[in-house]
Design a protein. Structure first.
Length: 422
Protein backbone atom coordinates (compact mmCIF):
# COMPACT_ATOMS: atom_id res chain seq x y z
CA UNK A 1 0.00 0.00 0.00
CA UNK A 2 1.44 3.44 -0.92
CA UNK A 3 2.67 5.43 2.04
CA UNK A 4 0.13 8.21 1.51
CA UNK A 5 -2.71 5.71 1.97
CA UNK A 6 -1.08 4.30 5.10
CA UNK A 7 -0.85 7.84 6.53
CA UNK A 8 -4.46 8.54 5.60
CA UNK A 9 -5.61 5.32 7.27
CA UNK A 10 -3.62 6.14 10.41
CA UNK A 11 -5.24 9.57 10.61
CA UNK A 12 -8.82 8.61 9.89
CA UNK A 13 -9.27 5.17 11.44
CA UNK A 14 -10.40 4.79 15.05
CA UNK A 15 -9.12 1.44 16.29
CA UNK A 16 -8.98 0.14 19.84
CA UNK A 17 -5.54 0.44 21.40
CA UNK A 18 -5.51 -3.34 21.81
CA UNK A 19 -5.65 -3.73 18.03
CA UNK A 20 -3.57 -0.74 16.99
CA UNK A 21 -0.64 -1.53 19.29
CA UNK A 22 0.87 -4.70 17.85
CA UNK A 23 4.31 -6.26 18.24
CA UNK A 24 5.70 -3.87 15.64
CA UNK A 25 5.45 -0.62 17.57
CA UNK A 26 7.41 2.49 18.35
CA UNK A 27 8.27 1.88 22.01
CA UNK A 28 11.96 1.35 21.32
CA UNK A 29 12.11 4.40 19.07
CA UNK A 30 10.37 6.61 21.63
CA UNK A 31 12.53 5.46 24.54
CA UNK A 32 15.71 6.17 22.61
CA UNK A 33 14.31 9.54 21.52
CA UNK A 34 13.58 10.45 25.15
CA UNK A 35 17.04 9.36 26.29
CA UNK A 36 18.67 11.52 23.62
CA UNK A 37 16.33 14.39 24.50
CA UNK A 38 17.67 14.34 28.05
CA UNK A 39 21.17 14.91 26.65
CA UNK A 40 20.00 17.95 24.68
CA UNK A 41 18.10 19.23 27.71
CA UNK A 42 21.04 18.79 30.11
CA UNK A 43 23.50 20.43 27.74
CA UNK A 44 22.39 23.87 28.92
CA UNK A 45 22.63 23.42 32.72
CA UNK A 46 25.65 21.08 32.62
CA UNK A 47 27.68 22.76 29.92
CA UNK A 48 26.43 26.30 29.52
CA UNK A 49 25.27 27.06 33.05
CA UNK A 50 21.78 28.04 31.86
CA UNK A 51 18.31 26.60 32.42
CA UNK A 52 17.00 23.38 30.94
CA UNK A 53 16.08 23.62 27.26
CA UNK A 54 12.50 24.86 26.94
CA UNK A 55 12.03 25.95 30.56
CA UNK A 56 11.79 29.64 29.72
CA UNK A 57 9.54 28.93 26.74
CA UNK A 58 7.10 27.08 29.01
CA UNK A 59 7.20 29.82 31.68
CA UNK A 60 8.91 27.46 34.10
CA UNK A 61 6.39 24.63 33.78
CA UNK A 62 8.71 22.06 32.23
CA UNK A 63 11.86 21.72 30.20
CA UNK A 64 12.67 19.16 27.54
CA UNK A 65 14.24 16.88 30.13
CA UNK A 66 11.09 16.84 32.28
CA UNK A 67 8.95 16.07 29.24
CA UNK A 68 11.27 13.20 28.31
CA UNK A 69 11.02 11.74 31.83
CA UNK A 70 7.23 12.07 31.62
CA UNK A 71 7.29 10.12 28.37
CA UNK A 72 9.46 7.42 29.94
CA UNK A 73 7.02 6.95 32.80
CA UNK A 74 3.91 6.85 30.60
CA UNK A 75 5.39 4.15 28.36
CA UNK A 76 6.80 2.29 31.34
CA UNK A 77 3.39 2.31 33.00
CA UNK A 78 1.86 0.51 30.03
CA UNK A 79 4.67 -1.97 29.46
CA UNK A 80 5.27 -2.81 33.11
CA UNK A 81 1.56 -3.29 33.79
CA UNK A 82 1.40 -5.64 30.81
CA UNK A 83 4.35 -7.56 32.16
CA UNK A 84 2.82 -7.69 35.65
CA UNK A 85 -0.38 -9.22 34.28
CA UNK A 86 1.48 -11.74 32.12
CA UNK A 87 4.02 -13.06 34.60
CA UNK A 88 4.00 -14.49 38.09
CA UNK A 89 5.00 -12.03 40.79
CA UNK A 90 8.36 -13.70 41.38
CA UNK A 91 9.14 -13.82 37.66
CA UNK A 92 8.05 -10.21 37.24
CA UNK A 93 10.35 -8.97 40.02
CA UNK A 94 13.23 -11.06 38.73
CA UNK A 95 12.85 -9.66 35.21
CA UNK A 96 12.71 -6.11 36.52
CA UNK A 97 15.80 -6.66 38.65
CA UNK A 98 17.97 -8.09 35.89
CA UNK A 99 16.86 -5.33 33.52
CA UNK A 100 17.74 -2.45 35.83
CA UNK A 101 20.38 -3.51 38.34
CA UNK A 102 23.28 -4.98 36.29
CA UNK A 103 23.52 -1.93 34.03
CA UNK A 104 23.12 0.38 36.99
CA UNK A 105 25.82 -1.38 39.02
CA UNK A 106 28.20 -1.35 36.06
CA UNK A 107 27.60 2.39 35.67
CA UNK A 108 28.30 2.98 39.36
CA UNK A 109 31.55 1.02 39.19
CA UNK A 110 32.76 2.80 36.07
CA UNK A 111 31.84 6.17 37.52
CA UNK A 112 33.61 5.49 40.83
CA UNK A 113 36.71 3.69 39.59
CA UNK A 114 37.28 4.98 36.05
CA UNK A 115 35.61 8.35 35.50
CA UNK A 116 36.16 9.80 38.99
CA UNK A 117 39.91 8.93 39.14
CA UNK A 118 40.33 10.44 35.67
CA UNK A 119 38.62 13.61 36.87
CA UNK A 120 40.73 13.63 40.05
CA UNK A 121 43.90 13.37 38.00
CA UNK A 122 42.78 16.24 35.76
CA UNK A 123 41.92 18.39 38.78
CA UNK A 124 45.18 17.42 40.55
CA UNK A 125 43.21 15.98 43.46
CA UNK A 126 44.41 12.38 43.44
CA UNK A 127 46.05 12.89 46.82
CA UNK A 128 43.41 11.79 49.31
CA UNK A 129 40.98 10.73 46.58
CA UNK A 130 40.67 7.11 47.73
CA UNK A 131 40.55 7.86 51.45
CA UNK A 132 38.04 10.71 51.27
CA UNK A 133 34.96 10.23 53.54
CA UNK A 134 32.79 10.56 50.42
CA UNK A 135 35.20 8.78 48.14
CA UNK A 136 34.55 6.14 45.47
CA UNK A 137 34.06 3.27 47.92
CA UNK A 138 31.45 5.22 49.87
CA UNK A 139 29.80 6.23 46.57
CA UNK A 140 29.26 2.54 45.76
CA UNK A 141 28.10 1.66 49.26
CA UNK A 142 25.64 4.57 49.43
CA UNK A 143 24.08 4.04 46.01
CA UNK A 144 24.19 0.33 45.17
CA UNK A 145 20.50 -0.26 45.99
CA UNK A 146 19.06 2.24 43.42
CA UNK A 147 18.32 4.91 46.01
CA UNK A 148 20.90 7.66 45.55
CA UNK A 149 22.35 8.79 48.88
CA UNK A 150 25.58 10.36 47.59
CA UNK A 151 25.95 12.44 44.45
CA UNK A 152 29.56 13.62 44.71
CA UNK A 153 32.88 11.78 44.87
CA UNK A 154 35.82 13.22 46.85
CA UNK A 155 34.74 16.86 46.28
CA UNK A 156 35.41 16.64 42.54
CA UNK A 157 33.70 18.69 39.80
CA UNK A 158 33.37 21.58 42.23
CA UNK A 159 33.92 24.16 39.48
CA UNK A 160 31.44 22.75 36.96
CA UNK A 161 28.22 24.75 36.44
CA UNK A 162 26.36 21.82 38.01
CA UNK A 163 28.87 21.37 40.81
CA UNK A 164 29.70 18.08 42.47
CA UNK A 165 27.19 15.65 41.02
CA UNK A 166 28.56 12.82 38.89
CA UNK A 167 25.23 11.36 37.76
CA UNK A 168 22.12 13.42 38.33
CA UNK A 169 20.01 11.36 35.93
CA UNK A 170 19.77 8.25 38.10
CA UNK A 171 17.46 9.96 40.60
CA UNK A 172 14.42 8.71 38.66
CA UNK A 173 15.33 5.01 38.98
CA UNK A 174 14.15 4.83 42.61
CA UNK A 175 10.73 6.18 41.60
CA UNK A 176 10.59 3.80 38.67
CA UNK A 177 11.43 0.89 40.96
CA UNK A 178 8.77 1.96 43.45
CA UNK A 179 6.22 1.85 40.62
CA UNK A 180 7.40 -1.69 39.80
CA UNK A 181 6.84 -2.73 43.41
CA UNK A 182 3.31 -1.28 43.38
CA UNK A 183 2.50 -3.17 40.16
CA UNK A 184 3.88 -6.37 41.68
CA UNK A 185 1.70 -5.90 44.77
CA UNK A 186 -1.40 -5.23 42.67
CA UNK A 187 -0.70 -8.27 40.52
CA UNK A 188 -0.07 -10.51 43.54
CA UNK A 189 -3.39 -9.49 45.12
CA UNK A 190 -5.26 -9.91 41.83
CA UNK A 191 -6.32 -6.27 41.63
CA UNK A 192 -4.78 -5.77 38.19
CA UNK A 193 -7.11 -8.36 36.69
CA UNK A 194 -10.16 -8.36 38.93
CA UNK A 195 -10.37 -4.76 40.17
CA UNK A 196 -9.13 -2.42 37.48
CA UNK A 197 -11.31 0.25 39.01
CA UNK A 198 -8.92 0.41 41.97
CA UNK A 199 -6.08 1.46 39.67
CA UNK A 200 -8.35 3.90 37.87
CA UNK A 201 -9.50 5.36 41.19
CA UNK A 202 -5.94 5.77 42.45
CA UNK A 203 -4.90 7.61 39.31
CA UNK A 204 -8.02 9.78 39.56
CA UNK A 205 -7.03 10.75 43.11
CA UNK A 206 -3.50 11.61 41.99
CA UNK A 207 -4.90 13.68 39.14
CA UNK A 208 -7.35 15.47 41.42
CA UNK A 209 -4.58 16.37 43.84
CA UNK A 210 -2.42 17.58 40.94
CA UNK A 211 -5.24 19.87 39.81
CA UNK A 212 -5.61 21.12 43.39
CA UNK A 213 -1.92 22.06 43.48
CA UNK A 214 -2.04 23.74 40.07
CA UNK A 215 -4.97 25.97 41.03
CA UNK A 216 -2.62 28.02 43.22
CA UNK A 217 -0.65 29.15 40.15
CA UNK A 218 -1.71 31.92 37.72
CA UNK A 219 -2.97 30.42 34.46
CA UNK A 220 -2.36 26.94 35.92
CA UNK A 221 1.36 27.39 35.28
CA UNK A 222 2.38 24.94 37.96
CA UNK A 223 5.78 23.33 37.42
CA UNK A 224 5.89 19.65 36.58
CA UNK A 225 7.19 18.84 40.05
CA UNK A 226 4.91 21.12 42.03
CA UNK A 227 5.84 21.63 45.70
CA UNK A 228 3.34 19.75 47.87
CA UNK A 229 4.60 20.58 51.36
CA UNK A 230 4.26 16.88 52.20
CA UNK A 231 7.11 15.09 53.99
CA UNK A 232 9.12 12.58 52.03
CA UNK A 233 9.46 8.88 52.79
CA UNK A 234 12.61 7.08 53.73
CA UNK A 235 12.20 3.61 52.25
CA UNK A 236 14.51 0.61 52.58
CA UNK A 237 16.88 0.33 49.59
CA UNK A 238 15.12 3.12 47.67
CA UNK A 239 16.25 5.94 49.94
CA UNK A 240 14.31 9.19 50.26
CA UNK A 241 11.19 9.44 48.12
CA UNK A 242 10.18 13.06 47.57
CA UNK A 243 6.41 13.54 47.35
CA UNK A 244 6.85 16.52 45.02
CA UNK A 245 8.23 14.06 42.48
CA UNK A 246 6.33 10.90 43.39
CA UNK A 247 2.87 12.36 42.79
CA UNK A 248 3.43 13.59 39.19
CA UNK A 249 5.57 10.57 38.28
CA UNK A 250 2.97 8.24 39.77
CA UNK A 251 0.31 10.01 37.73
CA UNK A 252 2.33 9.60 34.53
CA UNK A 253 3.01 5.93 35.23
CA UNK A 254 -0.65 5.46 36.14
CA UNK A 255 -1.84 6.91 32.83
CA UNK A 256 0.18 4.27 31.02
CA UNK A 257 -1.16 1.56 33.33
CA UNK A 258 -4.75 2.63 32.63
CA UNK A 259 -4.04 2.54 28.91
CA UNK A 260 -3.01 -1.11 29.23
CA UNK A 261 -5.88 -2.09 31.53
CA UNK A 262 -8.51 -0.39 29.36
CA UNK A 263 -6.86 -0.92 25.98
CA UNK A 264 -9.99 -2.39 24.42
CA UNK A 265 -11.95 0.77 25.26
CA UNK A 266 -9.41 3.44 24.27
CA UNK A 267 -9.67 4.40 20.61
CA UNK A 268 -6.63 5.44 18.60
CA UNK A 269 -7.45 8.10 16.06
CA UNK A 270 -5.07 10.35 14.12
CA UNK A 271 -7.29 13.41 14.32
CA UNK A 272 -7.52 12.98 18.09
CA UNK A 273 -3.72 12.64 18.22
CA UNK A 274 -3.31 15.91 16.33
CA UNK A 275 -5.70 17.58 18.78
CA UNK A 276 -3.70 16.08 21.67
CA UNK A 277 -0.51 17.49 20.17
CA UNK A 278 -2.07 20.94 19.93
CA UNK A 279 -3.35 20.73 23.51
CA UNK A 280 0.03 19.60 24.79
CA UNK A 281 1.92 22.38 23.04
CA UNK A 282 -0.62 25.00 24.04
CA UNK A 283 -0.70 23.91 27.68
CA UNK A 284 3.09 23.74 27.87
CA UNK A 285 3.38 27.24 26.47
CA UNK A 286 0.44 29.08 28.02
CA UNK A 287 -0.50 27.14 31.15
CA UNK A 288 -1.91 23.84 32.33
CA UNK A 289 1.03 21.56 31.54
CA UNK A 290 0.49 19.25 34.51
CA UNK A 291 -3.32 19.12 34.36
CA UNK A 292 -3.95 19.23 30.60
CA UNK A 293 -0.64 18.75 28.86
CA UNK A 294 0.47 15.48 30.47
CA UNK A 295 -2.78 13.55 29.74
CA UNK A 296 -2.63 14.87 26.16
CA UNK A 297 1.00 13.80 25.91
CA UNK A 298 0.08 10.30 27.11
CA UNK A 299 -2.51 9.86 24.35
CA UNK A 300 -0.16 11.30 21.74
CA UNK A 301 2.64 8.90 22.70
CA UNK A 302 0.34 5.89 22.50
CA UNK A 303 -0.77 6.92 19.02
CA UNK A 304 2.83 7.44 17.88
CA UNK A 305 3.80 4.03 19.30
CA UNK A 306 0.91 2.38 17.49
CA UNK A 307 1.53 4.04 14.12
CA UNK A 308 5.31 4.44 14.05
CA UNK A 309 6.62 3.88 10.49
CA UNK A 310 7.85 0.32 10.10
CA UNK A 311 11.59 1.10 9.71
CA UNK A 312 11.55 2.90 13.08
CA UNK A 313 9.80 -0.01 14.82
CA UNK A 314 13.02 -2.01 14.51
CA UNK A 315 14.83 0.37 16.87
CA UNK A 316 15.41 -1.34 20.19
CA UNK A 317 14.27 -4.79 19.09
CA UNK A 318 17.75 -6.32 18.99
CA UNK A 319 19.99 -3.64 20.47
CA UNK A 320 18.28 -1.44 23.09
CA UNK A 321 20.46 1.59 23.79
CA UNK A 322 17.92 3.74 25.61
CA UNK A 323 18.75 2.70 29.16
CA UNK A 324 22.50 2.90 28.61
CA UNK A 325 22.24 6.35 27.03
CA UNK A 326 20.14 7.56 29.94
CA UNK A 327 22.45 6.39 32.74
CA UNK A 328 25.79 7.27 31.09
CA UNK A 329 25.03 10.62 29.47
CA UNK A 330 25.21 12.70 32.65
CA UNK A 331 28.72 11.65 33.80
CA UNK A 332 29.92 11.95 30.20
CA UNK A 333 28.56 15.49 29.91
CA UNK A 334 30.03 16.48 33.28
CA UNK A 335 33.43 15.19 32.19
CA UNK A 336 33.25 16.99 28.85
CA UNK A 337 32.44 20.19 30.71
CA UNK A 338 35.53 19.71 32.85
CA UNK A 339 37.55 19.45 29.61
CA UNK A 340 36.01 22.77 28.42
CA UNK A 341 34.24 21.20 25.43
CA UNK A 342 31.25 23.59 25.87
CA UNK A 343 33.62 26.42 24.92
CA UNK A 344 33.36 25.16 21.34
CA UNK A 345 29.62 25.77 21.29
CA UNK A 346 26.36 23.99 22.06
CA UNK A 347 26.39 21.91 18.87
CA UNK A 348 29.89 20.52 19.41
CA UNK A 349 29.27 19.83 23.09
CA UNK A 350 25.91 18.14 22.52
CA UNK A 351 27.09 16.21 19.47
CA UNK A 352 30.12 14.87 21.32
CA UNK A 353 27.90 13.95 24.27
CA UNK A 354 25.51 12.04 22.02
CA UNK A 355 28.27 10.10 20.25
CA UNK A 356 30.04 9.11 23.47
CA UNK A 357 26.76 8.24 25.22
CA UNK A 358 25.68 5.99 22.35
CA UNK A 359 29.08 4.31 22.39
CA UNK A 360 28.84 3.74 26.15
CA UNK A 361 25.29 2.42 25.77
CA UNK A 362 26.37 0.07 22.96
CA UNK A 363 29.11 -1.41 25.16
CA UNK A 364 26.76 -1.57 28.14
CA UNK A 365 24.16 -3.46 26.12
CA UNK A 366 26.53 -6.06 24.72
CA UNK A 367 28.75 -6.52 27.79
CA UNK A 368 26.25 -6.17 30.64
CA UNK A 369 22.57 -5.72 29.79
CA UNK A 370 22.05 -8.33 27.08
CA UNK A 371 23.93 -11.10 28.95
CA UNK A 372 21.89 -10.25 32.06
CA UNK A 373 18.61 -10.49 30.12
CA UNK A 374 19.54 -14.00 29.04
CA UNK A 375 18.97 -15.00 32.66
CA UNK A 376 15.32 -14.01 32.61
CA UNK A 377 14.08 -17.49 31.74
CA UNK A 378 15.99 -19.30 34.48
CA UNK A 379 13.77 -22.01 35.91
CA UNK A 380 11.34 -22.09 32.99
CA UNK A 381 11.04 -24.72 30.33
CA UNK A 382 12.86 -24.05 27.09
CA UNK A 383 10.30 -25.95 25.09
CA UNK A 384 7.31 -24.22 23.58
CA UNK A 385 4.11 -25.66 22.29
CA UNK A 386 3.77 -25.13 18.58
CA UNK A 387 0.69 -25.46 16.45
CA UNK A 388 0.48 -28.52 14.30
CA UNK A 389 1.42 -28.03 10.66
CA UNK A 390 -1.77 -27.67 8.61
CA UNK A 391 -2.12 -29.15 5.17
CA UNK A 392 -1.65 -25.69 3.66
CA UNK A 393 -1.12 -22.43 5.52
CA UNK A 394 -2.57 -19.10 4.40
CA UNK A 395 0.03 -17.22 2.42
CA UNK A 396 2.04 -20.38 1.64
CA UNK A 397 2.05 -22.94 -1.08
CA UNK A 398 1.75 -26.68 -0.76
CA UNK A 399 5.50 -26.88 -1.40
CA UNK A 400 6.44 -24.74 1.60
CA UNK A 401 9.10 -26.75 3.51
CA UNK A 402 8.01 -28.04 6.87
CA UNK A 403 11.33 -26.94 8.41
CA UNK A 404 10.71 -23.36 7.35
CA UNK A 405 7.32 -23.39 9.05
CA UNK A 406 8.74 -24.86 12.25
CA UNK A 407 11.52 -22.24 12.30
CA UNK A 408 8.94 -19.48 11.94
CA UNK A 409 6.88 -20.95 14.79
CA UNK A 410 9.90 -21.14 17.09
CA UNK A 411 10.84 -17.54 16.30
CA UNK A 412 7.33 -16.32 17.19
CA UNK A 413 7.22 -18.38 20.38
CA UNK A 414 10.57 -17.07 21.61
CA UNK A 415 10.03 -13.42 20.69
CA UNK A 416 10.09 -11.35 23.90
CA UNK A 417 7.40 -8.94 24.89
CA UNK A 418 8.48 -5.27 24.65
CA UNK A 419 8.37 -5.03 28.44
CA UNK A 420 11.04 -7.70 28.75
CA UNK A 421 13.53 -5.38 27.06
CA UNK A 422 12.93 -2.48 29.43
Amino acid sequence: MPSKYVLKAALLTARPLSEALGRENGFGFLRLLFALSVIFAHANPLGMGTSDLGTNWSHGQAGLGAVAVAGFFVLSGLLITRSGMRLSTARFLWNRAIRILPGFWACLLLTAFVIAPTVARHEHLLNGFWSHPQGPWEYIRANWSIGVNQWSISDLLAHNPHAGSFNGSIWSLAYETLCYIVVAALAATGLLRRARWAVLGTVAVLYGYTVHLALDYPHLRAPGYTPTGLPGWRLPLLGTINMDMLIPLGLMFGLGAIAELYKTHIRMNGIAALVAFGIFMGATRFGGYVVIGIPALAYLLLWIAAFTPRPLTRIGTKVDLSYGVYIYAFPIQQTLTLWHVPAHGYAVYTGTSVVLSILAAFLSWHIVEKPALELKNIGTSKTHRRPSVPHQLPGTTASTPRAAFEKSSRTEANRPEPADRW
